[in-house]
Design a protein around this ligand. Structure first.
Ligand SMILES: C[S@@+](CC[C@H](N)C(=O)[O-])C[C@H]1O[C@@H](n2cnc3c(N)ncnc32)[C@H](O)[C@@H]1O
Length: 377
């Protein structure tokens, strides 16, 4: 775990800091992973409470050990991040000050060969982030029609040779079911024209990304989770999202910019009361990691960071809000005073104070919240 370096850590802390300075602040880490970002947030904000979600029970166990010294102010929950509203409701939390999404798979998931995420080593075709439920990559490659496979590869993998690869999969699986990542990687390489194999990294990279996205329903979950997370932000609360491919980043951009614009008719010279934007963008476009960080941490290569602050719609401004640049002093957040007060979360709404107990303060296992129980019909 020592080798695990959280991506864009300093920038995430800088962006979240003004919101987490609120007394009794609650921070949601929607993708806890190995707890690297969460640990730094808890260390930087001794008064803040963490709600950490992950769909991978193994990640939760590792993060729990890493965050043991903060157990009195952490709630670690086994959940898919689109279940955030139910998780917060279960903890009696009405609104949060910080939210972080560090999307995709963790280095632990990639390094563990048996999970089948890596195309470079041979493993069973699994790719589920939560191995206790759901369809595996093996089921997808052996049961989907050629048309569905091609669609997934084209849309989720942005793969130019999607139809050729899908046809090769269907041909090969007719001889014997595809069960190993090595065989699939070879098959993909052979299906791609030789000149194209030499560009764009490993030829199977895009196919594996596409299968992983399909197996875990990643984009659907993100599309539901982002509005839910924005709805849960208190005024003055901040969200930071780290995306690693253009499909994710496009969803993030759309979700944030939609709320950074006035909601009323565009041709009115003034904003109607209550129709102003509810978000202020904190980044101009998407920020990337520096060359130095990429050299030290290859996982940062493709990262795109976007961040925003919840503002009060009633006080929405006319015209686009300015974005914060790295290193610049943040603008003072515009929020109504009441939301700054510690009492904004009342004693019995505060995490851990429900029924006078905190799940993790007792040092037990992360609450094994069953997504099935939480999931809406
Ligand atoms: C890139 S890692 C996070 C690393 C973390 N920020 C750290 O510093 O250790 C992403 C984590 O999010 C989890 N994850 C991915 N999609 C998820 C989802 N839809 N719901 C909950 N957890 C998810 C993965 O299981 C993985 O552990």
């Amino acid at each position: 775990m020592g080798a695990h370096v959280p991506v864009l850590l300093e920038r995430c802390l800088e962006l979240l800091a003004p919101a987490l300075a609120t007394p009794g602040a609650v921070h949601v880490d929607a993708t806890l992973g190995l707890g690297g970002h969460a640990e730094a947030v808890l260390a930087a904000h001794p008064d803040a409470t963490l709600v950490g979600l992950d769909r991978d029970p193994q990640a939760l166990r590792l993060a729990q050990a890493r965050l043991a010294r903060f157990a009195g102010r952490t709630h670690l929950v086994h959940a898919v991040y689109d279940e955030l509203p139910e998780v917060l409701q279960g903890l009696g939390i009405a609104a949060v000050q910080g939210a972080l999404f560090d999307l995709g798979v963790s280095s632990m998931q990639l390094d563990e060969v048996a999970r089948g995420f890596a195309y470079a080593q041979d493993a069973p075709l699994d790719m589920r982030m939560d191995q206790s439920r759901g369809r595996t990559a093996e089921e997808v490659v052996n049961t989907y029609s050629a048309a569905d496979l091609a669609r997934i590869l084209r849309v989720y993998g942005e793969e130019r040779f999607a139809s050729r690869i899908a046809a090769a999969i269907v041909r090969e699986r007719a001889k014997a079911p595809l069960t190993s990542s090595e065989r699939l990687a070879e098959l993909v390489r052979d299906a791609i024209p030789a000149p194209a194999r030499r560009t764009g990294g490993h030829p199977a990279k895009r196919t594996f990304q596409a299968l992983r996205i399909e197996v875990n329903g990643e984009l659907e979950a993100l599309e539901r989770a982002l509005p839910a997370a924005l709805d849960s932000l208190a005024v003055g609360g901040r969200i930071v999202v780290l995306a690693y491919h253009s499909l994710e980043d496009r969803l993030v951009k759309r979700a944030l910019t939609a709320r950074a614009k006035p909601a009323g008719p565009v041709d009115l010279p003034v904003e109607l009361p209550g129709s102003g934007p509810t978000l202020r963008l904190l980044t101009r476009g998407a920020e990337q990691a520096s060359a130095r960080e990429v050299a030290a941490n290859p996982r940062a290569t493709s990262v795109r960071l976007r961040a925003a602050e919840r503002i009060d719609r009633a006080g929405g401004r006319a015209g686009p809000a300015g974005a914060e640049r790295p290193g610049r002093k943040p603008r003072p957040p515009r929020r109504p005073k009441a939301m700054h007060q510690p009492g904004a979360l009342t004693a019995n709404q505060r995490p851990g104070s429900r029924n006078g107990r905190s799940s993790s303060a007792q040092g037990g296992e992360p609450s094994a919240r069953q997504p099935d129980q939480l999931r809406k019909g």
